[in-house]
Design a protein around this ligand. Sequence first.
Ligand code: M6R
Length: 607
Amino acid sequence: MCGIIAYIGNEPALPRLMEGLRRMEYRGYDSAGVALLDSPSLWVRKDVGRVEALASRVKDGPTAVVGIAHTRWATHGGITERNAHPHTDQGTRIAVVHNGIVENMSSLKRMLAAEGVQFRSETDTEVIPHLIRRHYKGDPVQAVIDTVGMLRGTYGIAVLFADHPDVLVAARNGSPLVVGLGDGETIVASDPQAIIAHTRRVIYLQDREVVTITRDGANVCKLDGSEVGRQPELIDQDYELAELQGFPHFMLKEIHEQSESIERAIRGRLQLDEGNAKLGGLEMSPRDLRHIARIVNIGCGTSYHAGLVASMAIEDLARVPARSEIASEFRHRNPIIPPDALFFAISQSGETLDTLGAVQEVMIKGGHVMGVINVVGSTIARACGKGVYVYSGPEIAVASTKAFTSQVTALLVFTLMLARTRNLSLEEGQRVARALSAVPGRVREYLEAPGPIQKAAEIIAKARYVQFLGRGYSYPVALEGALKLKEIAYIPSEGYPAGEMKHGPIAMLEKGTPVVLVAPRGSQRDKAISNLKEVQARGAFTILVHSAGDDELADMADVSIAVPETEEFVSPLLTVLPLQLIAYEVAKLLDRDIDKPRNLAKSVTVE
Ligand code: M6R
């Protein structure tokens, strides 16, 4: 959940490190720090708050050409300067930045304290520089190998040695690290975003590997010291450097990118004439698909919601039993893994620890698991080996928007393939394929004229509580709308199946409570409207998301937002858009930090 970067080259390291931190700040943003090799000593500066706070503090820093830096999401110890990284050994000759959790920190601390080490922070990370010092006998790489051999838990670390000005050492286990090989410079970072402005030649470090970097390249070895000899790969030109491009926030930019990102999720995959689809990454023939007896979608947060939509579509269109699971629950309850089931691990980042844990649990029990992932080459994508990339492009705002619609789209493409191996006819398959291929145009159409979002936002911004309701395919959309609002506007809100509302949540309503009801045309529309009447009878202020042209509904609520009409199974791709926009506009009215909401981080690499 933290971002780490290390630089060695011929240019001043500080500007490079600060630029890298800014690009990775979405990974964690409660404090930041930097260490430079200002020979013969280490120059270390940290600050609480955003990277910009650190930037103003270090602007006159040394012009050193080697350094490491960190942006933190606190796990062990409060948000203080002392707890910010880098952490150093007692003599400040070794500095470490770390992403992950040292699970055996208590026993290591006890051991080090008994040897006379005085700890200066409450972090788990601080044991690492002290352990490296303990093992250091002149060889920096061996000292790191010996140290990580004692750590339990997860780590991505970069280590700077005052005594070795021409070398940096990094290691990973469970936390991502990518090495960028430039011209006379080498960069290690948690995320390619911090690297690609300088080079696209990279090496992805694997778990339990250590890399020695110099300005001329990188040398990867295993924990037994044996060389790995991995060849660099080129990051695809399609992978862009995320820039605001005139938008005030990444979230708004990403909402508006959805017609293109959905298009990328279906491009080259739909076969309109055959009423079918092909997902090459699954490496499954129709016969293989025919043998799947059930589907289980696993994810966290928004990715879990995408799985809920997909599960409904799979049962609806393919008539294959499907369900969705929250990864953190699934992995710890000794789940049953039927050999004829296909599991999908859904994750934007591909780094979510709970989802990775669920993948490992499925694998240990001999199950069949594939990824539905956005970040190419990420840990879950690699762990699964096979799967579907959703290609939504870098998603920087902590609140997920375009990843959700791309995940749903990719899984609907899969649903079509699966359904065609069962009872879906050619004509029905063509209808499904046409409905999917029409979505990018419908999304564009809606975003060009999104309706009375501002009016809804002004009411919600004053509310103490908001209820989101939907039935069938609109139920996961209601969950997603409530999650977005909580996440970036901090307004208590909950999503409920509209029919379940009268079994409890209706007690929350009082005169003027905003209720957002998602009721596009389809099998559940009329029942949802009955629920609208019920909440109106209790004085709720109603905001209705409905299908354009459904004139009967246009005047039924206090605010009516029309989305282009689609087939029911693709409706979440449209109905979620106004909810994303409402959350964004409410957060703006309340002057929230939209792209970096409090307490959160983009990629959740802790349990
Ligand atoms: O990277 P992942 O898709 O695995 O992340 C899962 C959740 O942490 C994520 O969707 C989270 O709920 C978002 N911040 C929601 O906007």
